[in-house]
Design a protein around this ligand. Structure first.
Ligand code: FE2
Length: 439
């Protein structure tokens, strides 16, 4: 039978096809209809593809039994793979490799799928996420470029390409693609998000507020990652415009509270609270609640970018034991992780996290010492340019606190020259100059 994109699926069950399509549109459109693949696979165990989707779901949910679920469904997918098509076999191989933490192999399978089976939009979406986690902007765009001709009529494909273009700093094309996707399908939150990235990168804050506010009703049915992340972007426009009250109100009403146990909700909250504090805003006791939820996590030391946020929340919320455990886990990962990613933990995530603990205590000298070698290599830990800018702000604030004016003033000048001047950067420059005794 065929799925909604015309890909062959080895099954005779309409229920399986329905589950594959619902799962795919949830992943591509940032919805919530994922669990259906478990039932569908249990009812149709000979379909390798739907079993592989069960395995994928096990890999991205965050419950304690996640890996057991992943293994159960991936084992079933492997058993069914002999009867599967070449596309399905490659898809299964990619997910099994991802489960084994063999990212080069997983990416190589997804690349072959993008080249040979560009109708497989789900595989391309997974590949773009893997590249995102590795800070590989070229990979993110490459995979979208491979599939776009096969999906000219699909908004999600244009949304994916928009984000790849944005991360490659091809901003005008990114905005065009993002707007196109939104016109094709108003509820394409990933495309809204790509255009928001363009606007923040160019300092178009008022436009950004309008763009995101107009589209925000479309996010109500999104999964908590997309919902809180798009609201985070909207709050960021307010914050950089020095509308601090607006940003705090958005934190309370939308950014924190959707699913407090989920990693992405937590890091959106951490990132916003941290930036508010850097801007001089008193965030009250908000760290306590975030830190409580971060301390309760069973899944940590999985992505360097996430750990680097968790660390700061735990430090700010006084979660001493959980912080010590997280750091010990990072130290181990920095030694034991596969070759492909080990250096990212050892040379970037671990020293940066140690520097953030120092920063939380006001020890700016140690922050500079630890963050210095890592801060120019932040791209390797994944996330977007806009997200990683937080770490650059920590670097700048630490240098300022230590009166390192000859290093820090050119950095702030560069920020102002890089985009349309925004209030937050202008205030930063004014306070730096005042501190340095300059006009
Ligand atoms: Fe973003």
């Amino acid at each position: 039978m065929k799925d909604a994109f015309g890909n062959d699926v080895t099954t005779q069950s309409a229920g399986t096809i329905d589950a594959v399509d619902r799962f795919s549109s949830s992943l591509l459109g940032n919805g919530t209809d994922f669990g259906i693949v478990f039932e569908a696979s249990d009812a149709d165990p000979d379909c390798g593809l739907v079993a592989a989707l069960g395995g994928l779901l096990g890999l991205f949910i965050e419950t304690a039994d996640r890996l057991d679920l992943a293994d159960r469904y991936l084992d079933r997918a492997l058993a069914a793979a002999l009867q599967a098509t070449e596309r399905e076999q490659l898809f299964i191989e990619a997910l099994v490799a991802a489960r084994q933490n063999n990212l080069p192999k997983a990416l190589s399978c997804h690349r072959r799928l993008a080249e040979k089976y560009p109708r497989d939009l789900l595989s391309a979406k997974i590949a773009q996420t893997l590249y995102f986690n590795l800070g590989d902007d070229e990979g993110m765009l490459w995979v979208a470029d491979q599939i776009i001709d096969a999906h000219r009529d699909t908004a999600y494909a244009h949304g994916m390409r928009a984000f790849g273009l944005e991360q490659m700093s091809r901003l005008e094309e990114a905005e065009e693609e993002g707007r196109r996707a939104t016109e094709m399908l108003r509820c394409e939150p990933w495309a809204h998000h790509a255009v928001a990235h363009v606007m923040i990168t160019q300092g178009r804050l008022d436009e950004g507020v309008k763009w995101m506010e107009d589209l925000s009703p479309e996010w109500d049915g999104c999964n908590s990652f997309m919902y809180t992340h798009n609201w985070w972007h909207l709050a960021l426009f307010h914050l950089e415009n020095e509308n601090f009250e607006g940003a705090v109100a958005m934190y309370d009403s939308h950014v924190w509270g959707r699913d407090k146990t989920f990693s992405q909700d937590q890091i959106n909250a951490v990132s916003l609270l941290w930036r508010l504090e850097l801007a001089g805003v008193d965030v009250g006791d908000r760290w306590i609640d975030v830190a409580d939820y971060v301390a309760a996590r069973s899944l940590v030391n999985d992505q360097p970018f996430l750990d680097m946020h968790y660390v700061y929340a735990l430090a700010k919320g006084g979660q001493v034991e959980a912080l010590a455990e997280l750091m010990a886990g990072m130290e181990e990962t920095a030694v034991c992780d596969p070759d492909f990613t080990r250096g990212n933990w050892r040379d970037v995530a671990l020293p940066a996290s140690q520097s953030f603990v120092a920063f939380s205590k006001g020890d700016y000298k140690s922050t500079i010492r630890l963050l210095g070698p890592a801060h120019n290599h932040m791209q390797k830990i994944g996330g977007s340019h806009a997200q990683r800018d937080l770490f650059e702000q920590v670097w700048i604030h630490s240098l300022l606190q230590e009166n390192e004016f000859s290093t820090v003033l050119p950095l702030i000048k560069e920020r102002l020259a890089f985009r349309k001047p925004v209030k937050l950067d202008q205030s930063l420059m004014a306070s730096a100059q005042a501190r340095a005794g300059l006009d």
